[in-house]
Design a protein around this ligand. Structure first.
Ligand code: ADP
Length: 169
């Protein structure tokens, strides 16, 4: 039996953006199964709860299934060491997105650390389409908090979640 190529795409996804979605779509065409792994990551002080982040990612996954006929994507959350999570789900591939040169240094350190912890794990870097490369969750959160329009950067579902958040504050 040929083993499945399972890839984990980890992140905080606070919230999922069109940049993340682009990377997920590319990865789903390359590998047999993609597991989007949402980090609980309290250290990063997410503005969306784990449940909200999960709901938003799940919504994008359903859209990719309907609109792009991609049915090999699932969503999970994790609160352990990433390499242990990958092992647990049988993945030997990690997906990371690269935007500008500024991402490179952090990602290089991350690969170094993950490879020392788990040498059989391979990290694959993907780049989003040019029009999404400048998008980052942190910048979008700033735009939203200052009353700007986030619809160019996130799905209507996520934009609505932002509205609910700002209306409740
Ligand atoms: P983290 O908490 O690790 O920074 P993020 O949720 O911000 O996680 O992002 C997860 C991954 O997606 C990272 O590899 C990040 O570089 C990548 N990513 C985020 N936005 C984009 C984008 N616009 N284009 C390409 N990759 C992206």
């Amino acid at each position: 039996m040929v083993s499945q190529r399972i890839a984990v795409y980890p992140g905080t996804f606070d919230p999922i953006t069109k940049g993340h979605r682009d990377i997920i779509q590319r990865a789903a065409l390359l590998f047999d199964k993609i597991i989007i792994a949402i980090a609980v990551n309290v250290g990063k002080n997410p503005i969306f709860s784990l449940q909200e982040r999960f709901q938003c990612v799940q919504h994008e996954v359903e859209a990719l299934s309907v609109e792009k006929n991609l049915q090999n994507i699932e969503v999970q959350t994790f609160d352990t060491l990433l390499v242990n999570f990958a092992k647990q789900v049988g993945a030997r591939i990690l997906i990371r997105g690269l935007r500008a040169v500024s991402d490179f240094e952090y990602e290089l350190q991350l690969v170094g650390m993950n490879t020392s912890l788990s040498p059989e794990l391979e990290t694959v870097f993907l780049m989003a389409s040019e029009r999404y490369q400048f998008i980052s969750s942190s910048m979008i959160k700033e735009v939203a908090q200052l009353g700007g329009d986030v619809t160019p950067f996130v799905s209507p579902f996520v934009a609505q979640k932002f509205l609910e958040k700002t209306n409740n504050n």
